[in-house]
Design a protein around this ligand. Structure first.
Ligand code: CS2
Ligand code: MG
Length: 406
């Protein structure tokens, strides 16, 4: 009997088919290729260096089938554990190894995770409009595409710009360059305006459409409590990232005042950051991204912990994680009983061409497809035609010039 397969190459690939993506490619002696997403928006080069200089050399010669052991080796072995750069790199390795295991078995990854517990994965997408009328039009357009859930974000009177909201079509907040643009933020103006917007959207859309809203870490606990209460008549599916949640205790104050479901955690990178939020039921949806929080292996553990406390796992799925991470999130979602809802922002057309994916988005629902592994093939020749260019999201300052969360 021949021995186990071995990893013979591990390389990183930076490409920008509409936006920047960092991809890890692992090749085995038996000629199997595994792909992992390593994109950390605005900090791509830090993860590229972490992988190239530190993890890739340690992968050579290892048995690709030993996914959990490799995860433990990279997480515990570094001594300097946790943090988004480290965990994104570990996540990329984990995704590539699940991809290899699926391809070696001839099975889609969701089958290796126990098989489908649902037929398809419900998704929400984004609708934005500077004015409420534009926003309602955007909501209608999303419904026409078959979505039954939509995240709504609007402009704020008196502000020139709001992160995540365009004044016209085709909004892309990341600007090319190495120094971010600066915006002005005013929480009081936002709190005065947004409950009315959500009320209008609810009246326009009727009772059934699931509405979500993202406060993007900008509020203090008492502001968050006030917003949650004010939004209760709009019957939200969730209110996201009301506070930075670096201190989980503060969510108790929010919970004491409102029953609006809370979703938190897209910037978290380990189970430990979620522990208290879950065990005290301070959130309803854990938003860890499959790439940024250490891969499928790590999110499986998160889902089990969350299930004990009746919390759902609804991973972050913006267009700044690649179609490989989207695939990984979907395999997990299809096989995880307490998955909540998937985020689907969509991708620039060239990204669909570079990352040819088996997953599909039909009538507001996603499916990972039945190709072996994660079901994404990277067209390296095409990727090379879209060279990486640094791009950054804006930062924000209050009216007095001090920095705030954006
Ligand atoms: C947002 C993201 O999708 C979301 O919920 O919060 O668009 C987030 O701003 C970006 O992923 C940051 O890179
Ligand atoms: Mg968010």
């Amino acid at each position: 009997m021949s021995g186990p397969d071995r990893i013979v190459a591990a390389e990183v690939l930076l490409t920008s088919p509409g936006r920047n993506y960092l991809t890890l490619k692992i090749t085995t002696a038996e000629g199997v290729t595994g792909w992992g997403d390593a994109t950390l928006n605005g900090r791509e080069l830090a993860v590229a260096a972490y992988l190239r200089e530190h993890l890739c050399p340690q992968l050579l010669g290892r048995d690709p089938a030993r996914i959990e052991d490799t995860w433990q080796y990279l997480y515990r072995g570094a001594y300097w554990r946790r943090g988004p750069v480290t965990m994104t790199a570990v996540g990329a390795v984990d995704l590539a190894l699940w991809d290899i295991k699926g391809k070696a078995a001839g099975l889609p990854v969701y089958q290796l995770l126990g098989g489908a517990v649902r037929d398809r994965v419900r998704a929400y997408t984004h609708a934005t409009g500077w004015e409420t009328g534009q926003l309602c039009d955007a909501v209608d357009a999303v419904r026409e595409r078959g979505f039954t859930a939509v995240r709504v974000q609007s402009g704020v009177p008196g502000l020139d710009s709001v992160y995540g909201v365009g004044r016209g079509p085709g909004y892309e907040p990341a600007a090319r360059g190495t120094v971010p643009a600066e915006e002005v933020w005013d929480t009081a103006a936002y709190l005065r305006h947004v409950p009315g917007v959500l009320a209008e959207v609810r009246a326009h859309a009727g009772p059934e459409l699931a509405l979500l809203h993202d406060a993007h870490h900008r509020l203090t606990p008492i502001e968050a409590a006030r917003l949650g209460k004010a939004l209760e008549p709009a019957d939200l599916y969730w209110l996201e990232d009301v506070t930075p949640a670096e201190n989980p205790d503060v969510l108790r104050r929010v919970r004491a005042h409102t029953t609006v479901p809370l979703a938190i955690g897209e910037v978290f990178s380990t189970l430990w950051e979620f522990q208290q939020l879950i065990t005290e039921q301070l959130i309803d949806h854990a938003r860890a991204a499959v790439t940024h929080a250490g891969g499928i292996s790590a999110l499986r553990r998160l889902a089990v912990l969350a299930d004990v406390w009746q919390v759902k796992v609804s991973p972050h799925g913006p267009s700044d994680v690649s179609p490989i991470a989207m695939a990984a999130g979907l395999h997990l979602a299809l096989a995880t009983p307490n998955h909540g809802i998937a985020e689907y922002m969509g991708y620039p057309e060239p990204a669909h061409e570079v990352f040819r994916h088996a997953w599909t988005c039909t009538d507001g629902h996603l499916h990972p497809g039945d190709a072996p592994g994660l079901g994404v093939d990277v067209d390296e020749a095409l990727a090379a035609r879209y060279p990486y260019e640094p791009a950054l999201l804006p930062v924000a300052r209050r009216r007095d010039g001090s920095m705030t969360d954006w």
